[in-house]
Design a protein around this ligand. Structure first.
Ligand code: 2BA
Length: 109
């Protein structure tokens, strides 16, 4: 058994969950926050049999898309803050950051 942990954008969460549930998978949605942007994102936990992993990864690929986002860097911790001009930089967020973990034991109690 595998545990698929997918960090996705909030905008894609409903589409991914609907697609997973339609295909008979079970999933848990967690509200999370990205360490870099410090903005809300969604982490989805999906427990699957080994042979189902690729289908779930395909579903994530179909429903989660990359988007460009402008980020304004924070003022530097040292140096004259008044002469610092923060130019927005563009980062590409998503489609999804996915970790596939081996599950040592699974019990439903
Ligand atoms: P954030 O950490 O808020 O990162 C959002 C986006 O900012 C990233 O998109 C990436 O394009 C950019 N970024 C992140 N760290 C950067 C850095 N040190 N320098 C320059 N740009 C940087 P994604 O790579 O698609 O990541 C989306 C979200 O997935 C992340 O949100 C984070 O919540 C999660 N994530 C990504 N990689 C991870 C990892 N190795 N471990 C745990 N969570 C991860």
């Amino acid at each position: 058994m595998k545990l698929i942990v997918a960090v996705i954008q909030d905008k894609d969460a409903v589409r991914l969950l609907e697609a997973l549930i339609k295909k008979g998978y079970r999933a848990t949605k967690l509200a999370s926050t990205g360490g870099f942007l410090r903005e809300g994102n969604t982490t989805v936990l999906i427990g699957v049999e080994d042979g189902e992993t690729d289908e779930v990864l395909g579903t994530i690929r179909e429903t989660c898309r990359p988007r460009e986002q402008l980020v304004t860097p924070l003022t530097p911790m040292s140096g004259p803050a008044d002469s610092y001009v923060a130019y927005p930089v563009e980062v590409v967020v998503g489609g999804a950051t996915v970790f596939v973990l081996n599950v040592e034991r699974y019990e439903k109690i």
